[in-house]
Structure formats: C-alpha cells, structure tokens
Design a protein. Structure first.
Length: 326
C-alpha cells in the first residue's frame, strides 16, 4: 500500500505500507499520478495548496491536524476543500493501521466466489506473470487480450493483479482525466483496475469468454497460486543467458504442478536465445515475442506468434470462400 506524506513523518514500520515523502506540489502530483496511492496524508499547514489535486485523481486526501480534538465544523471546513477526512497528528498512525485492518477484516468476512479455471467450455482464464519485476507482464497481457478480442470478436476482460497497477494512469493518458470507476473500457477490452479484489474476479468471469489476469511479478504465494490454476499460464521471462536461471527456478519450485499447458514468453528475444531457453525448459513451449510498441493495434508477426501461444484454447475459425470446400 503506497502512502504519500507531506509535512508528516512516520514512526511505524509495517511491510504493508510504503511511505513516500514529498515536499513540493509538483512532487506530490507526480507521485499521485504514478503511484495512485491509497492515501495522501498532508499536514494542515500544507493542505490548502494541495487539496485541489483531490479533484483530479481518485485518491483519499487526509488532512493531519495539530488540534487536540476535532469539531464537526473543523472537519467540514476541510472536507469542503476536498479532503476525505481529518486525523489528529497525535493519532494518525493508529488511524492508518485501523483502516488497513478494517479492509483486511471485511475481506475475510465476505464469502467470495470461487475461481473456475478450465481449458474447455465457455469461460477461459489466461494468467500472465513474470519471474522478476519489469519483465513485461502487463505488455504481454495486453497483447493477448487485444488479440483475443479481434480473433474471437468478443469482449475480453483484463485484471491488473500485480503490485504496480497502471490502468488508472492509462485511462488518464487516453482520456485526459481520471474516473472513480474500477473498470475502463478500451477497444472492446474491459480493463479492471487494481482496486478490484481478486476475490471478485471469480464472479466477473461469467461475463466474458476470455479473462486475462495480469499478475505482475510472481513473488507472492497468492499470485503464484492464481497463476498455476489458470487455463493457460503464460510465464514471462528473459532470453538473456544470465536470467534463464529465474525461469528454471520458478518451474522447479512448482514442479508438482502439471506444466504441459504453460507457455514461456520471452519479449524481444531472438531465435538463438529462444532455442537456448527451450533447451533448458524441455517440455514447455517457448515463444519469442517480437517488438510490438503499441499493444492496442494489430501487428502481423505478433498475431502469428500469439496464435501458436494460445493454440490450446483457440477455436478453429471457419475458412472463407472456396477454401471451405477443401
């Protein structure tokens, strides 16, 4: 959970929180746009100049007050300027811990629908995960989603389940504005943002034939579990000789899980490196993903690659013209 701080200092050490201290308006704006933090905590001395940002981004801005107690009038005066709430300086860290605990407790109390992963039938899940940060999980997931939307002529869902959500910022770039809606529609693909819990994805799958899970780096057991359960798990790594060990280690770590449906994707790898990785990962198909800067538009060599990568789940398309007689 990312927390942006302005004029306040944290005294707690909790692995759930990643604190980012900012000093200027420009630093705060950049941090908010890139990180999409859960909270922006602002000391009351800095609040009036920064609260206008609350109208631009769907982030909770909390004013930290030096008062010994809060009156309803004081709270209303700050919320009228855009603050989501006001916390006392002496207790804001306890409030932050309480807010995080409440979210976890609610998640545990709700009966969530189960994931139904299958390689046949009407609902198919493709999980895309990488063996290290920055390998290209999101780019590969988008390539797959937009290919499936064109190939099957149907809506496709993509859920960002990694640690670095970016669909809100993508919407900002494409539309010039943020929205509070957890879903962003772009060219026949529904992009579900990171605030949509994985527990709800199970119910959303019923609306789509294909659901793509962008799991990011598979460093947590939760992400790895979602990955191995998918209809088609796509493991993203590097074709570089010095990074093959990460692919090998991940496959060995999950050696008890059937891996015949796994697909290994190597963005920007050449053919010799693809063959080298394939030799190290015998029995698992390895694909070199070509350079494809814009995943939202088709590219012939990428389409050919994805047809092979997704062959276990693609329906045979009917031939057209005279070809149907042969």
């Amino acid at each position: 959970m990312h927390i942006v701080l302005v004029g306040v200092k944290p005294e707690i050490s909790d692995p759930h929180f990643k604190f980012h201290v900012c000093g200027t308006f420009e630093e705060v704006k950049e941090s908010v746009l890139i990180l999409i933090p859960e909270y922006v905590l602002i000391h009351e001395d800095e609040a009036r100049s920064l609260l206008p940002l609350a109208e631009e981004v769907p982030v909770k801005f909390i004013v930290i007050s030096e008062a010994t107690s809060l009156t309803s009038t004081a709270v209303r005066s700050w919320t009228a300027l855009g603050a989501s709430d006001v916390w006392l300086n002496g207790s804001w860290q306890e409030k932050l811990l309480e807010a995080h605990h409440l979210v976890e407790t609610r998640a545990q109390q709700i009966a969530f629908p189960e994931m139904n992963f299958s390689r046949t039938g009407e609902r198919i899940v493709i999980a895309v995960g990488s063996v290290y940060e920055g390998a290209g999980s999101t780019h590969t997931a988008l390539l797959i989603a937009y290919y499936l939307a064109r190939y099957a002529k149907t809506k496709v869902a993509v859920w960002e389940g990694g640690n670095h959500p970016c669909f809100s910022f993508l919407e900002y770039i494409k539309e010039g504005d943020f929205s509070n809606h957890p879903r962003y529609e772009l060219n026949n693909v529904s992009l579900y943002k990171g605030e949509v819990s994985e527990y709800w994805i199970g119910s959303l799958m019923s609306d789509y034939r294909y659901t793509v899970l962008d799991l990011g780096s598979l460093q947590s057991s939760k992400q790895a579990d979602l990955f191995v359960q998918a209809s088609v798990p796509v493991l993203v790594g590097s074709g570089s000789e010095w990074r093959v060990k990460e692919l090998i280690s991940f496959c060995r770590e999950h050696s008890r899980v059937p891996q015949e449906y796994w697909r290994i994707a190597l963005p920007l790898a050449n053919e010799p490196n693809r063959e080298m990785v394939a030799g190290c990962l015998s029995g698992r198909p390895v694909f070199a993903v070509p350079n494809h800067p814009d995943p939202f538009h088709p590219q012939a060599n990428t389409d050919e690659l994805l047809e092979g990568l997704l062959s276990p789940i693609l329906q045979k398309q009917k031939k057209r013209g005279l070809g149907r007689f042969f």
